[in-house]
Design a protein around this ligand. Structure first.
Ligand SMILES: Nc1ncnc2c1ncn2[C@@H]1O[C@H](COP(=O)(O)OP(=O)(O)OP(=O)(O)O)[C@@H](O)[C@H]1O
Length: 258
C-alpha cells in the first residue's frame, strides 16, 4: 500500500480498512496478512485465481469468518470481532452468488422488506409504506430496471432479473458498503453489461466491493482493481494497468484471458 495505514485511517473519505488480516483454517492461511482500503462511494473490484481468498475476504469483513491476526476498521471503528448482525447494522451488506429473493412475494414486497430498518419481517408485512419509503423503493426499482416488473412474484423473474432484484435489496438496506460476490454469475453478455451499468450507477452513494472472474464485466465496471493471490495482496491499479501487469498475467490473467 502506498501510504501507511495509520495515516490513511484519519482521512475523512476512508470507509473501510482491512489491515494485515490473516485467516487461518487449521494451519492453512486463506488470507495471509492481506490489506486493502476502500473510500466512501467508491467502486473496487477484487480479482484473483480460484482459492485466492476473495470470498474469505468478504466473509471476514462481514464477520462470518474471524481474523486470526490483523483488524478490520469500518468508519473509523474496529469491527474485527463484532457479530455479523452488528456489522450489518453499522452499514455493510452482502449479496451472494445465488439470488436470495423471497420467491412467493412480489418484487416490490421483497424490496420493502429489505428496506425495513428493524429487519423484523413479520412486522414489515403489517406496516404501511411511508411516502419517503415509497419514493426510495421507486428509485431503486428504476435503478435496477424492474419498474415494470414490480408486481410480479420474484420467483417468476428470469435469472438476471433475480440478481438485479437482489442488488436492489442490498441497496434498499441503505448500507454504505455493498459486497457483491459474482453478481453476473450465470448471466449472458447483455445482462452482464446491464449489471455493470447498474453497479456503476451506485457509485457516490454506496461504496461497492465486487468480486468477479469475468474480465469483460470487470472492464465495463472500470473501477479500481485489487488482485489477490494465495491470500495475499498482489497488485492494485486501473483495469488497463492490471491487464498489462506481468505478475498478474502470470498468476491470473494469462490463464484466464486465453
Ligand atoms: N472453512 C474453511 N476451511 C478450510 N479451508 C477453507 C475454508 N474456507 C475456504 N477455505 C480455503 O481457503 C482458500 C480460499 O478460499 P476462498 O473461497 O476465499 O477463495 P476465492 O478466491 O473466493 O475462490 P473462488 O474464486 O474459487 O471462489 C481455498 O483454498 C479454500 O479451499
Amino acid at each position: 500500500m502506498p501510504q501507511a495505514l495509520h495515516e490513511q485511517l484519519t482521512e475523512p473519505n476512508l470507509l473501510l480498512a482491512v489491515d494485515g488480516v490473516t485467516v487461518d483454517f487449521d494451519g492453512f492461511k486463506a488470507l495471509n496478512g492481506f490489506s486493502l482500503t476502500i473510500d466512501k462511494g467508491s467502486l473496487r473490484v477484487v480479482i484473483g485465481p480460484n482459492g485466492a481468498g476473495k470470498s474469505t475476504l468478504c466473509d471476514t469483513i462481514i464477520g462470518r469468518v474471524r481474523a486470526t491476526n490483523g483488524r478490520v476498521v469500518f468508519k473509523g471503528e474496529e469491527i474485527t470481532y463484532l457479530p455479523e448482525f452488528e456489522i450489518v447494522r453499522r452499514g455493510v451488506c452482502r449479496k451472494f452468488q445465488t439470488p436470495g429473493v423471497l420467491p412467493t412475494l412480489t418484487v416490490l414486497d421483497n424490496l420493502m422488506i429489505a428496506g425495513q430498518k428493524d429487519r423484523s419481517w413479520r412486522r414489515s408485512f403489517g406496516l404501511r409504506q411511508a411516502p419517503e419509503e415509497k419514493e426510495k423503493i421507486e428509485k431503486i426499482l428504476e435503478t435496477v430496471g424492474l419498474t415494470d416488473r414490480s408486481h410480479i412474484l420474484a420467483g417468476e423473474l428470469a435469472h438476471g432479473e433475480k440478481q438485479w432484484l437482489e442488488i436492489g435489496m442490498v441497496v434498499a438496506t441503505d448500507a454504505e458498503l455493498l459486497l457483491l460476490d459474482e453478481p453476473t454469475a450465470g448471466m449472458g453478455p447483455k445482462e452482464t453489461s446491464k449489471t455493470a451499468d447498474l453497479i456503476r450507477g451506485l457509485g457516490g452513494q454506496h461504496a461497492v466491493l465486487v468480486i468477479d472472474h469475468d474480465m469483460s464485466f470487470i472492464e465495463q465496471l472500470n473501477g479500481r482493481v485489487t488482485v489477490m493471490h494465495q491470500g495475499q495482496f498482489l497488485k492494485e491499479g486501473s483495469v488497463a494497468e492490471i491487464r498489462k501487469d506481468p505478475d498478474v498475467a502470470a498468476v491470473y490473467l494469462g490463464r484466464a484471458a486465453d
